[in-house]
Design a protein around this ligand. Structure first.
Ligand code: GUN
Length: 290
């Protein structure tokens, strides 16, 4: 069993981004600038946005966080997005999800200029991704693809089962892994809450991606020997004194011994998501991939 060390790969990608930005800046261009809109006080969102800011500063990307109370109206939020769309100082921005229930998340995503949509959530970018055009790829699936590539994992003709059909992870990843490319050329099955017996599918899978947000859902008897297992889950389990532990969607202790490769939580997919956002921001600023 080999660990898919997302933290390690992310650090090496960050080093490359930092060097490339230094080159650009010394040639007279300005540093990329990423903005993040954060609504309310959700603990996980505060942590994610904080981690994104920290990663930006590590590679020389300027970052700005715009915070609003969770009472902000949908119309006011759309106005803020329009300001960012028209601000030439901002290369790309994200609206941290989830948003309060009175705000229609899709309406917000629709308002983001596709050229600045470094999350790759706007339907224009998702559509381009579906037909295989260059675009901003959603950060978590993009990070998973990079992880597979960096570890030279064979994907062509493999049975891949993804558990979870979110617009952010499961759905876009199912498209990417079934695309005619590397990583890709998989036969993809997308399981979800209405799949009767998920184990029936995962037991035959060469690659399993668990992205449903249920701690320790994937058990050892659901995985075949030699499988590649990717854990996207990051549920916060409250501990003592306000502390918390992160739990993945995979019963790591029992599943890991059966795997050829497995990603840990933390230190697997999480750091890859953040570094993919940095890659998208670089692309938004300079119009080229790193
Ligand atoms: N919430 C959970 N994941 C993400 C993400 O990748 N981007 C944004 N904007 N919000 C999220």
């Amino acid at each position: 069993m080999e660990l898919l060390k997302g933290k390690l790969i992310a650090d090496s990608v960050k080093k490359r981004i930092k060097e490339k930005i230094e080159e650009k800046v010394s040639s007279g261009l300005r540093a990329p600038h990423l903005a993040a809109i954060l609504v309310g006080e959700d603990g996980a969102s505060l942590t994610y946005v904080g981690n994104k800011e920290k990663a930006c500063s590590q590679v020389g990307i300027k970052s700005t966080v715009l915070r609003f109370p969770d009472t902000i109206t949908e119309d006011s939020l759309i106005e803020e997005i329009k300001k960012l769309n028209g601000n030439p100082e901002i290369d790309g921005f994200i609206v941290q999800m989830p948003l309060p229930p009175h705000i229609d998340e899709q309406k917000i995503i629709d308002a983001i200029d596709p050229c600045k949509d470094v999350d790759g959530f706007n339907p224009v970018n998702l559509g381009n991704m579906v037909i295989g055009r260059p675009t901003f790829l959603p950060a978590t699936p993009f990070g998973i693809m990079t992880l597979l590539k960096e570890y030279n994992i064979e994907t062509s003709g493999k049975n891949c089962v993804i558990i979870g059909r979110s617009n952010i992870v499961g759905k876009p990843l199912s498209i990417m892994l079934s695309a005619k490319s590397y990583p890709g050329d998989c036969t993809v099955t997308l399981c979800h809450s209405h799949t009767g017996n998920v184990g029936l599918y995962t037991k035959n899978a060469d690659i399993v991606v668990a992205a449903l947000g249920v701690p320790h859902f994937l058990k050892a008897d659901m995985v075949k020997d030699g499988a590649v297992v990717i854990d996207v889950g990051i549920t916060r389990i409250p501990g003592e004194g306000g502390s918390y532990k992160l739990a993945g969607d995979v019963d790591f202790e029992n599943v890991a011994p059966k795997c050829s490769f497995i990603s840990p939580v933390p230190g697997g997919v999480g750091p890859m998501t953040i570094v993919s956002l940095l890659e998208n921001t670089y692309k938004a600023a300079y119009g080229e991939n790193i």
